[in-house]
Write a protein that binds this ligand. Sequence first.
Ligand SMILES: [Zn+2]
Length: 329
Amino acid sequence: MSNQSICEACRIRAVDVIETTDDPVQPYRLCASCHERLMAYALRPIEWYNLASMHGSFKPMLHDDFYEEDGTACQPELDVLVTKQDEAPTLKEVRHDVEALLSFAVSRWYIEDDVTDSLKRHDPSLLFDAVKTRYVATQNIDVKARLLEVVADVIATPAADWVRSLWHDVDNELVDSLAAATASSLPTEEGLQRVYDKLDEIEPKELPSAAFLSLYRFRSPDVLDWIESNCDAFDSNWARLVAVSMPTWHQMNAWLERGRPLSLVALEAMVNCLEGYDGLYVESQSPHILQTRHDEVELVLTAYEQSDSVHRVRRQVATILQHKDEIFM
Ligand SMILES: [Zn+2]
């Protein structure tokens, strides 16, 4: 039997059903019994794993409402009989084989450090070849995004020419992932310009979140100047992006003097430097306001509060002053 005619889930029996419910472009090709179990959310762990490692684990019938990350069905509508040979492989079992390890990476909800560390132990050029081959072979956006994540976290600079070539015809849904790969593989100035050009095509309403997702990995103060030219209204995504882009006291002070919306962005960016005030990503970077003139902080913030005395501003200034040792460096 050719690969195309073998069930993608059990990888033993012949294909009887092409199931298009989750994705008409990349349907599941299944034998009758795996199909019955898929529809009843009752795949065996290895069957779930084989599908997730080809299609990603975000497809509606594979995702985490129905399966644990080891492939255990959580709410099956049929009994699931699992013998030893039906278990999904563990990282320990796949980590020495580059293809098996990439399949494992594709099947995860998130790539965690242990997977990244295992990928880094492989010959970079063999890993890169395997990534490129898979990327070309699939139409699946989640899988392509995961492969770009491997480029961003593991391969980096050696992927520069390939990453550059992908910008010529990038699917909008992949811009964030390609931007992450760009941040780690291309020179910063060139990489940022490619992302800025793409962001120019985005609707104003979508711009703050699109900008955060595609610029946060650069951690570049150049992004602050770009925000200055593109921020027309306050949005918390601007503040999150500022917090991770190496903001200086000098620039934040200038934004406070310019007034809304940049002043509100600067205040929230200061608050975002505190643990627990923003998402996990921002927190993991332990951001600070840099090169602070510490003797100016209280004076400047109090003056701003008097000029824009709404409840939100008063609350934020109080929080910032209370925690200024943690925020300002
Ligand atoms: Zn099957």
